[in-house]
Ligand binder design. Structure first.
Ligand code: DAH
Length: 360
């Protein structure tokens, strides 16, 4: 027998073993028993040329090892096969998305249905996008409403030379500026205008926001979603229709929106947005008593308005030709209202306490 013939026989034995059914109890002796396939092949060493005997010996050793390992795997598998299938299975723990992530997905899909696209922008952003381009020049008192976290930036990028006649000259990509943790998702407005350059724009920007506030109703990190629509002839009716659509889709048929005059630097006119309470159907009365959830039939959720011409200009869009509306508010509040939850302490949402999170 030549070495090549021996090799092909070895291969055949291994292939055969591979094809064995796992529950054959005689399988071990069939291969490694006294009269097994291995021993019969070993006898062939007599017929191998003297000069090849050494190599043949090594091949036999390898084959023995391979057979032993494979057979022991088989017997382990066999143990598993012996398990009583009628025993009840161990409970597998199935996780789920965090309730706020679920809410973000739902909000996204509601707006996608009417042609909005979700954009993502930095959560550590230039002062320009977070405040200044939104019609809030440095030291404007309106900035105080946002309890801002400032970020140290290297000297070379924070050096600015302000030219009042040309506010865009402060644009950070040109001259630097200060950085902050985004206090609201409105930083996406001018960024989206720059990205798309030409209307129509229909953006939904959902992101983390940060403010220096931490108590039962605030977390330092929270989420907002921001809508922005710009095109020719966009008016308040379009805004109101969009708000009503969202109210109905998110809270259910019959939920309405209401807008009340307010002030924001980046919109004119500006509004606060309320949704009717879906627990008492906006009546303020539940089971003959004052509705405990809303007390008045309405819930305040956030802000909205028609994009200020200065903001359009900052984004390089001609306010003579185009108009737009924007709105923005907190995901946490929007979501807890939906569930009819009066969470005593909103910080629970981010406590990582599974006993709380498992309920959603
Ligand atoms: N950015 C505002 C805030 O954080 C909310 C807001 C108000 C967003 C009016 C808007 C808007 O887009 O038009 O309080």
């Amino acid at each position: 027998m030549t070495i090549d013939q021996l090799k092909s026989q070895i291969e055949e034995i291994i292939n055969r073993l591979e094809g064995e059914t796992l529950i054959d109890t005689n399988v071990k002796s069939k291969y490694l028993g006294k009269k097994g396939l291995f021993n019969s092949l070993v006898k062939e060493i007599r017929n191998i040329e003297g000069s090849d005997k050494k190599e043949a010996g090594q091949l036999f050793n390898q084959l023995k090892e391979t057979l032993e390992t494979k057979l022991s795997n088989i017997s382990q598998t066999k143990k598993v096969v012996d398990i009583d299938f009628t025993m009840p299975a161990e409970e597998t723990k199935v996780g789920h998305m965090h309730p706020i992530s679920q809410a973000m997905e739902e909000i996204t899909s509601i707006f996608e249905k009417i042609g909005f696209t979700r954009s993502r922008y930095p959560e550590v952003d230039w002062d320009w996008y977070v405040f200044e381009s939104l019609n809030m020049p440095p030291s404007h008192p309106a900035r105080d409403e946002w309890e801002t976290f400032f970020v140290d930036t290297p000297e070379e990028v924070s050096e600015v030379s302000y030219d009042a006649s040309n506010p865009r000259k402060r644009h950070p990509s040109l001259v630097g500026g200060k950085m902050v943790l985004t206090t609201h998702t409105s930083n996406g407005q001018v960024r989206e205008m720059e990205r798309l350059k030409n209307p129509p724009i229909r953006m939904i920007n959902i992101a983390r926001c940060y403010r220096r506030q931490q108590d039962a109703t605030h977390t330092q990190m929270f989420h907002q979603f921001e809508g922005l629509v710009i095109d020719e002839g966009i008016n308040i009716q379009n805004l109101k229709g969009t708000l009503d659509y969202f109210a109905k889709e998110f809270y259910g048929e019959g939920t309405k929106s209401r807008i009340r005059p307010f002030h924001f630097q980046f919109t004119e006119p500006s509004f606060e947005v309320d949704f009717s309470c879906h627990i008492c159907s906006g009546t303020g009365i539940k089971d003959g008593d004052k509705c405990k959830f809303c007390k008045s039939g309405w819930h305040e959720v956030g802000g909205a308005g028609m994009v200020h011409p200065n903001v359009l200009k900052a984004g390089g869009i001609d306010p003579e030709k185009y108009t737009g509306f924007a709105f923005g508010w907190g995901v946490e509040r929007t979501y807890t209202l939906k569930e009819g939850l009066n969470i005593d302490d909103i910080r629970l949402l981010y406590s990582g306490d599974l006993r709380f999170l498992k309920q959603f």
